[in-house]
Design a binder for this molecule. Structure first.
Ligand SMILES: O=C(O)CCC(=O)C(=O)O
Ligand SMILES: [Fe+2]
Length: 272
């Protein structure tokens, strides 16, 4: 029997007792709604091949290959491999792979014209300590903004660029900023969130540079609150999907480097 349990504080829900390979449309509809309500959804204890993971992921939307070509699965470009090839040929730790997603609070694909709707990870190998993923709610961040900021940001577009040096092939590195509303109304929940990314934001349109920089600094200090948080401790077989339209996340990047932490990852497009 499918069990749906809220695990975080205004963000985070866990589903157990299902096999995503054979899940009925009725159960999927319940799971999808729980995800929309809670932004981050874990399904525990799954046993999947790559085609099975892709088939389940497609129930959330079209899969978009990630722009980091060097970390795509060689046979399945829709799959990004996390934690694979962590050591360089000289034996030193490749920090770009090890720390991926750990440099700051972000939302995936803000540099795209249409940012990813969701990111989904399936855990294949998990270290015996560390390696958690932190999540925070963009709804909570928006709700807590002072009214003067809500008024100032209403209708303002932010410019976002690709944030992680070293993951793109050199020929793919010239990203022009993509512009998105900072106050974002979620198409499915109807709720407003603060759409923000401390790594990728470069400007706020319609302000002088100094004012834009000040506002960005203020938003950085306001995006993460003590509440509206969830910390995921991974188990092998977990599938976690997060909604990039209303949440931020960050990898802890603190596990023993000699242990494996490996995930398959997909990005779900927001084309309708
Ligand atoms: O590995 C993690 O915990 C999250 C990495 C991340 O930020 C991502 O896959 O988008
Ligand atoms: Fe990320």
């Amino acid at each position: 029997m499918m069990d749906i349990r809220v695990v975080g504080d205004g963000i985070g829900v866990e589903v157990s007792g299902v096999d995503v390979k054979t899940m009925s449309d009725a159960d999927f509809a319940k799971l999808y709604q729980a995800w929309i309500d809670c932004c981050v959804l874990t399904v525990t204890d799954q046993h999947l091949t790559i085609p099975e993971f892709l088939a389940y992921s497609r129930r959330f939307g079209t899969i978009e290959p990630h722009p980091s070509k060097s970390t795509r699965h060689p046979d399945y470009p829709e799959i990004t491999l996390l934690g694979v090839d962590k050591f360089k040929p000289d034996g030193s730790l490749n920090q770009t792979i090890y720390r991926r997603g750990g440099e700051g609070w972000h939302t995936d694909g803000a540099y795209e014209k249409i940012p990813f709707k969701a990111t989904q990870l399936y855990a294949l190998a998990i270290p015996d300590r560390g390696g958690n993923t932190f999540f925070a709610s963009g709804y909570a961040a928006y709700d807590a903004l002072p009214q003067r900021l809500k008024d100032r940001l209403d209708g303002v577009l932010g410019g976002f660029v690709y944030g992680t040096p070293g993951l793109l092939n050199p020929e793919d590195e010239n990203w022009k900023p993509a512009f998105h509303p900072i106050v974002r109304t979620h198409r499915e929940s109807g709720r407003k969130s603060l759409y923000f990314d401390e790594l990728k934001i470069v400007s706020l349109q319609g302000f002088e540079k100094a004012e834009s920089d000040d506002l960005i600094a203020e938003l950085k200090s306001r995006m993460i609150l003590p509440r509206g948080r969830y910390e995921h401790k991974w188990r092998v077989g977990d599938i976690v999907i997060w909604d990039n339209r209303c949440s931020y996340h960050k990898a802890a990047a603190d596990y023993p480097p000699d242990q494996d932490r490996i995930h398959w990852r997909v990005s779900i497009a927001d084309w309708q």
